[in-house]
Write a protein that binds this ligand. Structure first.
Ligand code: NAY
Length: 293
């Protein structure tokens, strides 16, 4: 659990101009993020576009990342999919190639009952000897477990935590309370990072940690050292940028910023937003306004 405490980027998946996974840029981006003090990498989630990729691409990307990280920080692979079989296949593969944990959104599209969703998570955790971090993102999946639902799953061996992507900090605090301190809860919305930490989140997984890792590593360290005023200052500065980011599709925006930072990560996959030249020049101006980028 100590290993996971900190800022964990939900890694962008770098693509080539042809839209294939870009191994060289992936390796370069990972080294950059590690040098900034991130405590792990979260792959193939919302930011990583796992849902827009083939199973083979998701496997290939994980293998590159595990090879580059060489055990320096935990690698968490998001294996969620609409069907249980795909999740099981990706989980087995993740265990085989040496990922530290898998994570999964609730099965979406069909409206399943909580018994089916529970069974889905049990099938994943029983598929291989690798820990599971549940991914709670009700705005995207259209489904939310109750406190009791998560409490029950938190007692299952090898379900070690939850990535909590919602701004309801009361719900988050109740979860941390009933699931106990050995169960890790990660804050999802970066703009509310300090709020999540304040109610007991153990770490934070998010998209903007790709483009401003230092800001949030500093926020996390200040918070851990009890310097709340300094942590709050970092959150305020980051949020002035996030407010602008939210005028765009966050993935398109972050890919453009990374490109300007020297990481040629390519365009997001359709149907995600394809930026116009006008939007790209607006983003260039924003980057100039924020010296910490
Ligand atoms: C992931 O799986 O890629 C994430 O970590 C998602 C977390 C993001 N949440 C959503 C809904 O996109 O990082 C946040 C988010 O982009 C950021 O807070 C800006 O709103």
């Amino acid at each position: 659990i100590e290993r996971y405490k900190g800022i964990i980027p939900a890694l962008i998946t770098p693509y080539t101009n042809e839209g294939k996974i870009n191994e060289a840029v992936t390796r370069k981006l990972i080294q950059h993020l590690l040098s900034k003090g991130v405590k792990g990498l979260y792959l193939s989630g919302s930011t990583g576009e796992g849902f827009l990729q083939t199973v083979e691409e998701r496997k290939q990307f994980l293998e590159i990342v595990v090879d580059e990280v060489q055990g320096e920080v935990p690698v968490i692979s998001q294996v969620g999919a609409v069907d249980t079989n795909t999740c099981v296949e990706l989980t087995k593969h993740a265990a085989e190639v040496g990922a530290d944990a898998v994570s999964a959104v609730a099965p979406f599209y069909y409206k399943h009952g909580s018994e089916q969703i529970k069974q889905h998570y049990l099938d994943i955790v029983n598929a291989a000897d690798i820990p599971l971090i549940i991914y709670h993102i009700p705005d995207f999946t259209g489904t939310s477990g109750s406190i009791d639902f998560y409490e029950e799953l938190s007692k299952v061996e090898n379900i070690i935590g939850l990535k909590y992507t919602s701004k309801d900090t009361f719900f988050m605090q109740q979860l941390i309370d009933v699931c106990g301190d050995e169960f890790m809860v990660f804050n999802g919305p970066d703009e509310c990072c300090i709020a999540g930490l304040a109610v007991g989140a153990h770490g934070a997984i998010g998209s903007t940690y790709n483009i401003m890792p230092e800001k949030f590593v500093s926020l996390f360290n200040h918070f851990a050292n009890g310097n709340i005023a300094a942590a709050k200052q970092e959150q305020y500065e980051a949020n002035r940028l996030i407010r602008k980011l939210l005028d765009y599709d966050f993935i398109a925006f972050e890919r453009e910023v990374l490109t300007l930072q020297g990481f040629d990560v390519g365009k997001p996959r359709k149907p995600l937003q394809q930026l116009t030249d006008m939007e790209r020049s607006q983003i260039r101006k924003i980057v100039e306004e924020f010296p910490f980028l």
